[in-house]
Design a protein around this ligand. Structure first.
Ligand code: 2BA
Length: 107
């Protein structure tokens, strides 16, 4: 058995969870915050059998889209004054960790 930890954007989370539920995965959805953007994202815990891992990855890939966002960056000192400039960061997509589950109980 594996534990799949997937971090997806809040915008994609509904579609991702719906597709996983439809494919009969058991999912726990956590409201989380990214350390860099300090914006909300969604972490999904999906415990599943080894043979269902690839299909789960396919769903995560299909339902989370990658895109670019502009965020304000730290200011820099230019031409005698401080100027702040926006930077582009890639958001969306899915960050996925797959862990071996040593034991699983349902009491
Ligand atoms: P955040 O930490 O808010 O990061 C959002 C996006 O900002 C990242 O997207 C990445 O494109 C960019 N970014 C992050 N740190 C950066 C840095 N030091 N310099 C420049 N750009 C940076 P993703 O890589 O797709 O990550 C999305 C979210 O997944 C992250 O939100 C974080 O919550 C989580 N995450 C990503 N990698 C992780 C890891 N190795 N461990 C734990 N959580 C992770």
């Amino acid at each position: 058995m594996k534990m799949i930890i997937a971090i997806v954007s809040n915008e994609d989370s509904h579609a991702v969870v719906s597709a996983l539920m439809e494919a009969k995965y058991e999912v726990t959805k956590l409201a989380t915050t990214g350390g860099f953007l300090k914006a909300g994202n969604t972490t999904l815990l999906i415990g599943t059998e080894d043979e269902k891992v690839q299909a789960c990855l396919d769903i995560l890939k299909q339902e989370s889209s990658k895109r670019t966002e502009i965020v304000p960056a730290a200011s820099s000192y230019e031409a005698g004054r401080f100027a702040s400039y926006p930077i582009k960061v890639t958001v969306g997509g899915a960050i996925v960790f797959i862990l071996d589950v040593e034991q699983f109980y349902k009491f």
